[in-house]
Write a protein that binds this ligand. Sequence first.
Ligand code: DGL
Length: 264
Amino acid sequence: MAEKTQRIGIFDSGLGGTTVLKEMIKSLPNEDYIYYGDNGNFPYGSGKTKNELQKLTERILDFFVKNNCKLVIVACNTASTAAIDYLREKFSLPIIGIVEAGVKIASKNTKNKNIAVISTKFTAESHGYKNKAKMLDSELNVKEIACIEFAQMIESGWDTFDNRKELLNKYLSEIPKNTDTLVLGCTHYPLIRKDIEKNIKIKVVDPAVEIVERATQTLSSLNLLNDKKEKGKIIFFVTGETYHFKPTAEKFLEKEIEIYRIPK
Ligand code: DGL
């Protein structure tokens, strides 16, 4: 039996999922969290097969189960695309996926049903968004755009790349004219949201906002919301370097973090 005092596990291939964690802390500050950044195996979005991604994410779920989690958030679009069904078959705890949340938030925001999604190569080529849209809102017309270099550039320091504007223009120019909503279909992209918004006039949506709603509903329906009064504790585990991860996450979350490196 799960208990209210157990933790929420959130994972991504690196820094990206901190954009989801930040929204979660805002809405559910009294929960305890484990953030797992699999940066030792980064990137997930290019050069890995579906099977490899399933095995990597299965290990992360095992880690969460061993570390007393009551709910898991797959805060990585690539991992959600490759493994959400696989993980739900293997594990009995509730698992919330970001692609479903992305489709939902797009469908709430679009007026003309024409949306575009920017994402990793894997998410776009596997039609992560198109496939979920078919199931959740079949009227949505989805244009998927792979921004191949973005996650890597953001993970290692977006501002240090001189060609970032050029690349942004290149990918954003692929958005069809009739599109009214753009989904940030990679959790790294909210970190460069301002730069994206400078370049386009359509509405930009971040699935993280919807994730929070789903997580809250799920926990509440299972009577698992933590009702303690004091702020929750967040512990970070990463499978790769911490020298860049730690300061970048701290800057983004505006707080000092407790972080441990574990084998990949
Ligand atoms: N943040 C991940 C996502 O949402 C992808 C980054 C990567 O390629 O590992 O898809």
